[in-house]
Design a protein around this ligand. Sequence first.
Ligand SMILES: Cc1cc2nc3c(=O)[nH]c(=O)nc-3n(C[C@H](O)[C@H](O)[C@H](O)COP(=O)(O)O)c2cc1C
Length: 179
Amino acid sequence: MRAVRGVDVATPIEFTSGFEFVNVDQATFRNALSNFASGVTVVSACDENAHPYAMTVSAFTSLSLDPPLILVCIGQNSARAEKFSQARFFAVNVLSAGQVALSDRFARTQGIDFDGVDYDLWDHGAPILRGAVATLECERSKMHEEGDHYIMIGRVLRAQFDESRRPLLHFRREYGKIG
Ligand SMILES: Cc1cc2nc3c(=O)[nH]c(=O)nc-3n(C[C@H](O)[C@H](O)[C@H](O)COP(=O)(O)O)c2cc1C
């Protein structure tokens, strides 16, 4: 603790990587990033046999209004990344405050299934999770490789949102809600 004009302040934690990118302190970098409070999405699609798959993703952002584009970042190490790169359509389901179990389910490394998950299919076959705050059905556009992630861009074909629901939040690896 330091004192600034009589007020105690915690010493900030710092991450540096320099230009060489050797021995990057990943844990501290991740901790630094975890200070960005975000919503939580589940990105979903169906494979060529119509089997649904999905991944919990907080790296989601709007990209363009005209045309309507969004992007999500998907770790290249995940087997699901390869599947998403084959998908023509996908959905971004913005989870609501009561959907922590869905976030945990689709963040698992193995044994992910849709058993007991309520979802609909719109025109393009991507699973639309019931109870989400908002859902965007997208046609996959470009997929860029950057670092150890893919930046997957989607053109939004249809979006639906429910103003009566509140979003699930994520901050420093903990879930939260507004209010
Ligand atoms: C709240 C939350 C947010 C996450 N956000 C992302 C993300 O933006 N991108 C990503 O690739 N993985 C994200 N993950 C991790 C994936 O959901 C998943 O756990 C990870 O890819 C491990 O699965 P794998 O065994 O297929 O690699 C997040 C997990 C949680 C719980």
